[in-house]
Design a protein. Structure first.
Length: 232
């Protein structure tokens, strides 16, 4: 069952169309990847889904309800959270203190998310003493606590090594399998997306080029021509 849907979403800046008639369906409990070349409209789409950007036309549905006009704060309170390309943690606080704050002292939820992201052994470390890959995991864990149902992850692997990227995607997938969390991931590392996601959507020039199972998308001639064929 879809937890998130968009119907004909378009975003215009004057005469420029950043998104054109984008319709998307994200199944509950799935890890859904979004890829596309620079300028494809990925960041604009994430802004619309998180409430930071109002669509010029179209609708956004969450759990069967129209949330098109709902603000960022409302969406966060109702289970939609987002992480950004830049890590946003509190350097002077321990991992435990930050997770406790974000979870509103929900100890069970905090321990669950910390375990899912491999942070249990780092809870008493101050955040600015952690390696960058660990800081990224903390950042995404902060988005996941507080009983989030949908995680919007904007290039979570930015600055990570191949192994750190694989580990991070593994943590997200484990949380989806074990707790039913849904994740929508915009990412430039196409191998990580194809290797981990249940569904992959490709954006190009603000439109959905295709959406489907990773193997089918990887071999789609239009995707190869528009994106994968020039990625290397």
């Amino acid at each position: 069952m879809p937890i998130l849907q968009t119907h004909g979403v378009s975003v215009r800046y004057g005469d420029v169309r950043a998104l054109t008639d984008v319709s998307l369906s994200v199944q509950e409990g799935h890890v859904h990847g979004v890829i596309g070349p620079n300028g494809a409209g990925k960041s604009t789409m994430m802004n619309v889904l998180s409430g930071a950007q109002r669509a010029s036309q179209g609708r956004v549905m969450f759990d069967g309800h129209d949330i098109t006009s709902r603000a960022v704060r409302w969406r966060r309170r109702h289970g939609i959270s987002r992480s950004f390309q830049r890590t946003s943690i509190f350097p002077g606080m321990t991992v435990r203190e930050q997770l406790a704050l974000a979870s509103r002292d929900d100890t069970v939820q905090m321990r669950l998310v910390a375990g899912a992201f491999g942070l249990s052994g780092l809870l008493d470390r101050q955040a600015d003493t952690l390696a960058y890959g660990d800081q990224r995991r903390v950042d995404i864990a902060l988005a996941a606590v507080g009983k989030s149902r949908l995680l919007l992850l904007d290039e979570p692997a930015a600055g990570l090594t191949a192994q750190e990227t694989a580990d991070l995607f593994g943590h997200v997938c484990a949380l989806a399998r074990e707790e039913g969390l849904t994740a929508l991931i915009v990412e430039h590392d196409v191998e990580a997306v194809f290797g981990s996601c249940d569904v992959v959507t490709v954006l190009d020039l603000g439109e959905v080029l295709t959406s489907g199972a990773p193997d089918a998308v990887r071999t789609d001639p239009d995707v190869i021509k528009a994106y994968l064929g020039t990625a290397g």
